[in-house]
Design a protein around this ligand. Sequence first.
Ligand code: HEC
Ligand code: HEC
Length: 158
Amino acid sequence: MNPSLNKRLLVIWSLSLSATLAQAQVSVPIPAFTPYTQQCNVCHLAYPPGMLPAGSWKKLMEAMPPHFTAQVMVNVDTQEEISNWLQAHAGTYALVAEEPPQHRITRSAWWTQIHKESKKVPAAVWKKASVSQGAQCVTCHANAAKGEFNAKTVQVPK
Ligand code: HEC
Ligand code: HEC
């Protein structure tokens, strides 16, 4: 990991994602919206909406029921409601300006830069079912549901 890049990312994150980054931790707001947490916190974390641009949320939501290796059945009105809400709360800053491949947070340049294969996280870890190439944030970031992503409290499974 390139420490200066990490620092720069953190500065950008802290400036754009959280007005209250008092401690040395990354805090990414996950605003409350019940339909989103009910429908999208089932198979993985209800990801912070600011981690993808509006276009990615729109396309992911429009594609449903097919959704990666899953089928996500949501009532049509709810699907539209969630889609609109995600687009309204999407990231608008430079780090997430571009739609990442497959509209995956885990394929974004900033994300892969932070989560490079390393001594701390060897290649085999990313393949574990509980990690799912990174999509299961909570496995390593226990407080991810509160929007807390802190390099200091990361717990990498053995
Ligand atoms: C039935 C299970 C299921 C539900 C419910 C579900 N997803 Fe997913 N989601 C998946 C799978 C499977 C993946 C692919 C990642 C993986 O294989 O773990 C995924 C991946 C994602 C990703 C990309 C994660 C990455 O790699 O960066 C986003 C964004 C996402 N889902 C959004 C949503 C939204 C929004 C909802 C609610 C409308 C939702 N998901 C509901 C199963 C689900
Ligand atoms: C296999 C474990 C693992 C998973 C899964 C994982 N991370 Fe991380 N994450 C890490 C590690 C390790 C670091 C610290 C990297 C370092 O020390 O430079 C980190 C750091 C971060 C940081 C920077 C925090 C800081 O204080 O520098 C963010 C933001 C982050 N992860 C977001 C996510 C998101 C969002 C997901 C899910 C889409 C996720 N992570 C999934 C292991 C993981």
